[in-house]
Design a protein around this ligand. Structure first.
Ligand SMILES: Cc1cc2nc3c(=O)[nH]c(=O)nc-3n(C[C@H](O)[C@H](O)[C@H](O)COP(=O)(O)OP(=O)(O)OC[C@H]3O[C@@H](n4cnc5c(N)ncnc54)[C@H](O)[C@@H]3O)c2cc1C
Length: 383
């Protein structure tokens, strides 16, 4: 058993750490969040590092990288903010999905535009009436011979409004015996005729933005179908484990950064003639939080290692997602208490951490849904 990083992994971690210090330190991430800014230069810088291409095969311009490398990058990007980690994960995972299930033309497009940071994907599963119960989606696509005609509404589509975005639209093409049947995936340009976006007002996630997507008689050529018609449920699930692992990496990074910031503050802030961090109540709380973060990190690394080794990681991925997301919420809540009045000021980075932490146990599958999966793996049918 070996709990250390290899030399290569340690070097990658260091490069990613420096990347964040240079391109997206937390205070800059907060500014982008508040301005709702699109950090085009960040996407380009990530692409220039070769990180969007990392897990792709060499013939696609990639490096055949695995889950451990990707999780290490996500962890460091998470130090900036969850939203910054999602700039990476939210582009990478859909690209991998389309690459796996798409046509040669889709793959060529990924190599030319996605891996170079010129374009990106957004994913539209959720609708006003369906979130956790994704298979209940109702947006419909009528088969019109050489094209589909789309009508309906999507919700919470992260990044749909960023320039050059193609939306991976999960729609109902037929009514099967089960709700999981009859779903298809098609690629729809966010600026196609009949597509209307409205940015949702949210507590955070303002860098990527989350959007309602209204579809009115949108014409989608059959060439835009990814995977078989009516068969997208398996497509949807195909990268779920990797997505959870990478999100877990992001949570661990941002939770650690949050605790580090609270710790620094507690060493400098003086009350009753001593640094507040030396009050045992705060010192123990921070010690406990470090234990929580280390636990989350170990779970994330274990899940990444299993995926890289080609082992099943559904249960481990769910555990890592559950623990990492809840730990970020707890770290941000503790950070606010330690920074006290300074944290409550919206000028503080801690207030940004707290604001954006709330979404961690919601998006990408809620904590309850992760627990359901873990309970199922224990032979319990949990509702
Ligand atoms: C910032 C943000 C970004 C997002 N980005 C995207 C995106 O890019 N693309 C996309 O398609 N979606 C996206 N989502 C949607 C996200 O996936 C859903 O919000 C999430 O799956 C939960 O769905 P819901 O909000 O509809 O809650 P619901 O499913 O309505 O759940 C409500 C409550 O019931 C609980 N619950 C539901 N079912 C069960 C069950 N079986 N057992 C126990 N408890 C249950 C939930 O845990 C929750 O507490 C995003 C959401 C947010 C907030």
């Amino acid at each position: 058993m070996d709990f250390g990083l290899s030399e290569e992994h340690a070097a990658l971690q260091e490069v990613a750490r420096k990347f964040v210090d240079r391109h997206c330190p937390p205070a800059r991430a907060k500014e982008w969040d508040e301005a709702g800014a699109y950090p085009e230069e960040l996407f380009k810088a990530i692409a220039e590092m070769g990180w969007f291409g990392l897990p792709f095969p060499a013939e696609a311009g990639g490096d055949d990288g695995g889950a451990v490398e990707l999780a290490l990058i996500a962890e460091q990007l998470g130090r900036a903010s969850l939203d910054i980690a999602m700039c990476y994960i939210g582009t990478l995972i859909p690209s991998l999905t389309v690459y796996k299930w798409g046509t040669d033309a889709h793959r060529a497009d990924i190599t030319e535009r996605m891996l170079t940071g010129r374009s990106r994907y957004a994913v539209a599963m959720s609708e006003p009436d369906t979130g956790s119960d994704a298979a209940a989606l109702r947006c419909r696509a009528e088969d019109k011979g050489d094209h589909f005609l789309l009508n309906g509404q999507k919700m919470w589509c992260t990044g749909a409004g960023l320039p050059g975005t193609t939306i991976m639209m999960y729609v109902r093409t037929s009514k099967g015996d089960r709700k999981h049947d009859g779903i298809s995936l098609m690629l729809v340009d966010a600026d196609a005729p009949g597509v209307e976006l409205r940015q949702q007002p949210t507590l955070a996630r303002h860098i990527l933005g989350t959007y309602e997507v209204y579809l009115t008689d949108v014409v989608v050529p059959k060439a835009n179908l990814v995977g078989g018609q009516d068969e997208a449920w398996k497509v949807m699930l195909s990268n779920l484990e990797l997505e959870r692992v990478l999100m877990s990496g992001g949570y661990v990074g941002v939770a650690q950064a949050t605790l580090d910031e609270a710790l620094d503050y507690s060493k400098q802030r003086v009350a009753f003639d001593r640094p507040v961090g030396t009050f045992q109540s705060l010192a123990h709380a921070m010690a406990d939080m470090q234990v929580e973060i280390d636990s989350a990190r170990l779970l994330a690394y274990r899940a990444a290692w299993r995926l890289a080794a080609g082992l099943p990681a559904s249960r481990e991925g769910a555990m890592a997602k559950l623990k990492g997301s809840e730990t970020y919420v707890a770290a941000a809540r503790l950070g606010m208490q330690i920074c006290a009045g300074h944290g409550f000021s919206t000028e503080s980075v801690m207030s940004f951490r707290w604001r954006e932490s709330i979404v961690a146990p919601i998006s990408g599958g809620t904590s309850q849904i992760q627990r359901n999966g873990i309970a199922r793996s224990m032979g319990l049918r949990s509702y």
